[in-house]
Design a protein around this ligand. Structure first.
Ligand SMILES: Cc1cc2nc3c(=O)[nH]c(=O)nc-3n(C[C@H](O)[C@H](O)[C@H](O)COP(=O)(O)OP(=O)(O)OC[C@H]3O[C@@H](n4cnc5c(N)ncnc54)[C@H](O)[C@@H]3O)c2cc1C
Length: 382
């Protein structure tokens, strides 16, 4: 058993776990990361880069505070890793006002010092001639927002965590977790690993860790596509990242990076998926391409060229789409971070950091009460 006992075990070394591993190792904490794959990998939620990072958030000031802190940490990571991880392309949010109003979001953002431009549909069309919105749609543009190369970010955290002394067991699924008195044990096919504390950052596989962890997290299969688009209208450097709340659904996307074509994904909907099930490849459902193409045809017709590439990824949804970042309700030496509901990547830097601070300093440094696991029990109990 000696040599297998650590200060902290991290189960799930993806977006959140790898970041936590780095910040813990940097504090001199003996940390073992365990992952079923070899991150970054194509089976979880972080592949098919990039990922949007925006700061003008709905959901309250805590999200904005976290997004701004996350941004600072991504810049630090870029400097430490000596590679480009974040592009400040600007992000344009577009909405049918009957579905989404921007007023509250703009007020919260401006109060936090986030720069925002409120645009009419005509102004959006003049500025980005590739976009055609119905006259009554509105735009909210955040010039300092952009996108992150998510796989590169996970790879950078991995490299730096290992350099700081963290250990990583790849291709090692944890089949069972156990609280052992004041400690924890993670059981794998190669045997058990022990630690004083545990972080569970298992993404779409949380349901497989029941009954040790029981959270209302529902994984769904999501698809994204890259479509040939008219250059230079949609090129990176000219065209922003975007979100779109429309009568055809909720979408998000990115400019054409290095000729890959505009990337677009649908935020709502998606097929349920359970750990252990096969993930049906892109194109196996007609809506995989159909939903995305319909949105491009309607709002960016010059970006609706041939499908260059499609990918399948996973969201892990909570009932209210807010995250779960909390101590385990039964075991105070176990931390849970999951249910990132399709909008978590931008926060991976700060989530890793706050978990490390919570463990090392007994203080996450942010008011994370809105992310408590117990809020769902409160909903159920009325
Ligand atoms: C198509 C798509 C687009 C997205 N776009 C955006 C965006 O624009 N902006 C944004 O902010 N967010 C976005 N997201 C969401 C974001 O990518 C996720 O919220 C984030 O990656 C979740 O991180 P995670 O650490 O929870 O999961 P992951 O990164 O998947 O990590 C979980 C890890 O746990 C490991 N694991 C699980 N169970 C076990 C076990 N039993 N034993 C060992 N290892 C285990 C897995 O192998 C995996 O590596 C998007 C997601 C998708 C799918």
């Amino acid at each position: 058993m000696s040599g297998r006992h650590y200060d902290v075990l991290i189960v799930g070394a993806g977006s959140m776990g790898m970041s936590a591993g780095y910040y813990l190792a940097r504090e001199g904490v003996r940390t073992l990361l365990i992952d079923a794959f070899d991150p970054p990998h194509e089976s979880g939620s972080h592949h098919g880069e990039p990922r949007l990072i925006r700061h003008a958030y709905t959901g309250g000031p805590v999200y904005i505070e976290l997004a701004l802190a996350a941004d600072r940490l991504w810049q630090e990571l870029e400097a430490a890793a000596e590679e480009k991880l974040l592009e400040r392309s600007g992000v344009l949010n577009m909405a049918d006002p009957a579905l989404r109003a921007f007023d509250r979001r703009i007020a919260d953002a401006e109060a936090a010092g986030v720069m925002i431009e409120h645009l009419s549909a005509a102004e959006v069309g003049r500025r980005w001639p590739g976009i055609r919105l119905p006259d009554d749609y509105e735009g909210m543009y955040e010039p300092d927002a952009g996108y992150l190369y998510s796989e590169r970010c996970v790879a950078a955290y991995k490299r730096l965590a290992l350099a700081e002394g963290a250990e990583l067991l790849s291709h090692t699924p944890v089949i069972r977790l156990e609280a052992t008195g004041a400690g924890v044990a993670a059981h794998t096919h190669q045997g058990a690993y022990y630690a004083d504390r545990l972080i569970v950052t298992a993404g779409a596989w949380f349901p497989a860790l029941e009954p040790f962890v029981s959270l209302p997290i529902r994984p769904v299969r999501k698809t994204v596509g890259w479509f040939a688009s008219r250059e230079p209208l949609f090129e990176a450097g000219q065209f922003p990242g975007f979100t779109l709340a429309s009568e055809l659904g909720g979408f998000y996307g990115f400019p054409s990076i290095a000729g890959a074509g505009v990337k677009i994904g649908r935020h709502d909907g998606g097929l349920p998926w359970e750990p252990g099930q096969e993930v049906k490849p892109f194109g196996s459902q007609p809506e995989d391409e159909g939903d995305l193409r319909r949105a491009l045809d309607a709002y960016m017709p010059l970006a609706a060229g041939k499908l260059n590439r499609g990918a399948v990824c996973k969201y892990e949804l909570t009932p209210d789409r807010d995250f779960i970042i909390d101590r385990h309700p039964a075991y105070p030496h176990v931390w849970l971070a999951g249910g990132f509901s399709g909008h978590g990547f931008k926060f991976a830097s700060v989530v890793g950091r706050l978990l490390a601070d919570w463990i090392v300093r007994d203080d996450p440094g942010f008011d994370v009460r809105m992310f408590s696991a117990s809020r769902f029990a409160a909903i159920r109990n009325g």
